[in-house]
Design a protein around this ligand. Structure first.
Ligand code: SF4
Ligand code: SF4
Length: 416
């Protein structure tokens, strides 16, 4: 039975204002994949007037969790949260796939176990060509195979293994901050993580990096709410005794979810207070850097740069001007706004892994808008968006460089 609060579901008056805002509806034209249709399904579930079918299952699992519908909706119906509740109910009824459950309950909360598992995956990745050669087998997920093209090759060393090399830049003075290095940077994109750490050190901070696990958003987004709570409780324990002023991360998805811990753990008296204390210190990197004095050198390049708003930055945290203001300070970059900069890139909630074709259709709208902006550099601040946009630029053979915000800043910011 659906656990989405009935009060939320019945707020939907079926007006349809959300239809123009939903990237999935705009790409498919299918009402059950629109916010209004998803809310009608939730209502039918509540009224026990419903049976599951492949179409209704798709309605649940083809939502990007982008919250564009909430922004467009007069009563602000939280359709993304209703969908997540329905996913949770779906697993309660039909069971969660064992591999997904193992990932969310065992591997992601434990960075050492995850690291060991990924080293084995490194070997698997080397055999990816073999997997592709077997793609005629019906049980191999066609979407997953195609999505393998945009997943980066796993690096030889994790960010955690490379971090000690930066420790020489650490000073005994400055703001004490903790870095929350999302799984994507630790295991797949360590160069970006190193750029972030170096930027934090260059701007005069003392940086600590406790051994934490995943923030929990992947589990939450897929409807494994207990999996998300396990990760949250564990992270709270890791950070509770640290004498720090802020917890900073360059991952928009991590920062938005770490700020949500008080809601996630609201019914647990012991953890709720601890979560409140922790989350009040969490800052996304662009929020944190907006409070810092950064020194930039002179340079004479004039490249047009634009910014793609990750949904978890813009809609979940209302952070819109800070990354733009930072980019405008970089000498030689001329900021241009792209049409629909906050339209989801199509990678939200792992849609690119679950339904590659639909995800690419949504991505194409972003790429067309990028072309219209005439920008030569596209910057973003969420690892999921970054990989998706890079894939989009390659697919369209565009002469556009796709970069991460901290990469761009770390290259030019001088030590203060
Ligand atoms: S979700 Fe909001 S905008 Fe969409 S139909 Fe319901 S009330 Fe209208
Ligand atoms: S969260 Fe995004 S994809 Fe999901 S229903 Fe709302 S607008 Fe559509």
């Amino acid at each position: 039975m659906i656990t989405a609060p009935k009060d939320e579901v019945v707020k939907c008056n079926r007006c349809g204002f959300c239809l123009a805002a939903c990237p999935v509806y705009q790409a498919t034209g299918v009402e059950t994949k629109a916010p209004r249709g998803r809310n009608s399904l939730a209502r039918a579930l509540l009224d026990k007037n419903f049976t599951w079918s492949p179409e209704t299952r798709d309605s649940l699992f083809q939502c990007l969790s982008c919250r564009a519908c909430v922004e467009a909706c007069f009563p602000a119906v939280e359709t993304d949260e209703i969908v997540i509740s329905m996913r949770s109910d779906y697993y309660r009824e039909f069971g969660e796939p064992w591999l997904q459950r193992y990932l969310f309950r065992r591997l992601l909360p434990d960075p050492r176990k995850l690291s060991a598992a990924l080293k084995k995956a490194f070997l698997l990745q080397s055999g990816a060509r073999l997997i592709r050669a077997l793609s005629f087998l019906p049980w191999l997920n066609r979407h997953l195979l195609r999505a393998m093209d945009f997943l980066p090759p796993l690096p030889d060393q994790t960010l955690r293994e490379r971090w000690p090399a930066l420790m020489g830049e650490q000073k005994d003075q400055g703001k004490k901050i903790a870095y929350f290095g999302g799984c994507a940077f630790n295991f797949a994109l360590p160069d970006i993580g190193l750029a972030t750490l170096s930027l934090l050190l260059k701007s005069g901070n003392q940086v600590f990096w406790p051994e934490h696990g995943c923030c929990g958003l992947p589990a939450y987004g897929h409807g494994d709410l207990e999996g998300a709570r396990i990760m949250a409780r564990k992270n709270l324990r890791v950070f509770q005794d640290l004498d720090i002023e802020a917890v900073v991360t360059e991952c928009a998805s991590c920062s938005s979810f770490l700020k949500k811990y008080p809601v996630l753990l609201a019914r647990e008296p012991g953890s709720a207070e601890q979560a409140q204390k922790f989350s009040s210190r969490v800052l996304d990197i662009s929020e944190f850097l907006a409070t810092q004095t950064l020194s930039f050198p002179q340079n004479h390049q004039t490249l047009k740069v634009t910014f793609h708003d990750p949904c978890h930055l813009n809609r979940f945290q209302q952070i819109k001007s800070q990354p733009r203001d930072l980019l405008k300070k970089v000498p030689g970059l001329q900021f241009v706004e792209m049409p629909e900069a906050d339209w989801c890139c199509g990678g939200g909630a792992g849609l690119n892994l679950a339904n590659y074709d639909l995800s690419m259709k949504i991505l194409q709208r972003k790429m067309d808008n990028l072309q219209r902006s005439k920008a030569q550099v596209l910057v973003t601040s969420c690892p999921g968006c970054y990989l998706q946009l890079r894939h989009g630029a390659n697919r369209n053979s565009m002469a556009v460089e796709v970069h991460y915000l901290t990469e761009v800043l770390a290259r030019v910011v001088k030590t203060s």
